[in-house]
Design a protein around this ligand. Structure first.
Ligand SMILES: [Zn+2]
Length: 272
């Protein structure tokens, strides 16, 4: 007689405990999944820099820096000045001219920007250099490449990667670099390129350069024969030059004329 209520009480207690345990397990699992998702989805500035350093090292492996300290210092001075006008002035910005006849420029995440000898040789003044660097700086500021690498990693590794906790930051960087080894040969979406053009022009103007530096370089690139080997990669990875100029014209219009002042370009460091 006396035991019955006790048993009932026990059963009731056990029931609530099971429910409580299930609840906390579910929330723990959810926490765990979102934690692993966060690890993969969140790429901190530190990761971005680590990825950029490796990606740049890959490129430098096939196209080393031009051996001219004066030229490299000069390009860094111009690049850092333009980058200082951006929303991320504190990134470890590095600029360089690499040995390649190609006409191209590359932006590695975290602030590693490289211009080919072929592109540098086609420039007429400093505002054109500033315009080219500013386009690449804008890619870095907006995290265009790192986002592409992150998405690629997620698609390639999919659920498998989400299930396996990426607890190690080193591992995350390795995976991102793995998915982006060919990042320089990858095409961003067109909107990202138009955005880099638009923001690049603003950055160069803010740095005191004539805003027509980038459009002038685009015009030159547009006049190179489409079949020319030196522009194949650039044409493959960017929207048609005519379209980029049309988009820029739409936003620049007459508005930018007020920024144009004679001699805003200045002389380039000679390329030996
Ligand atoms: Zn671009």
């Amino acid at each position: 007689m006396m035991r019955r209520p006790a048993i009932l009480l026990l059963v009731l207690l056990a029931g609530t405990q099971v429910a409580a345990a299930a609840d906390s397990l579910r929330s723990k699992l959810t926490e765990r999944l979102s934690e692993s998702q966060r690890m993969l989805l969140a790429v901190t500035e530190e990761d971005e820099i680590a990825v950029g350093r490796r990606v740049a090292a890959n490129l430098l492996g096939v196209a080393p820096l031009v051996k001219d300290d004066k030229l490299q210092r000069y390009v860094n001075t111009v690049g850092r000045w333009v980058a200082a006008q951006s929303s991320r002035p504190d990134l470890p910005w590095r600029f360089g001219v690499v040995e390649s006849a190609d006409v191209n420029a590359f932006a590695g995440p975290g602030g590693y920007i490289l211009v080919t000898r072929g592109l540098y040789a086609s420039l007429s003044d400093e505002s054109e250099l500033a315009g080219v660097l500013a386009h690449e700086i804008a890619h870095v500021i907006e995290r265009h490449h790192i986002e592409l690498m992150r998405k690629t990693t997620l698609i390639e590794e999919g659920r498998k990667a989400l299930e396996k906790q990426v607890g190690d930051k080193e591992e995350l960087v390795r995976r991102l670099v793995g998915s982006g080894a060919q990042i320089f040969a990858r095409r961003l979406d067109q909107a990202a390129e138009f955005e880099a053009d638009r923001k690049g022009v603003v950055l160069a103007a803010r740095a005191g350069y004539g805003p027509y530096g980038l459009p002038a370089v685009l015009q030159k690139i547009g006049s190179v024969a489409k079949s020319d080997d030196r522009v194949q990669l650039l044409f493959k990875t960017h929207p048609p030059v005519e379209e980029r100029l049309r988009m820029l014209d739409r936003v620049m219009g007459a508005e930018f004329l007020r920024y144009e002042r004679p001699g805003a370009g200045g002389a380039l460091a000679p390329l030996r």
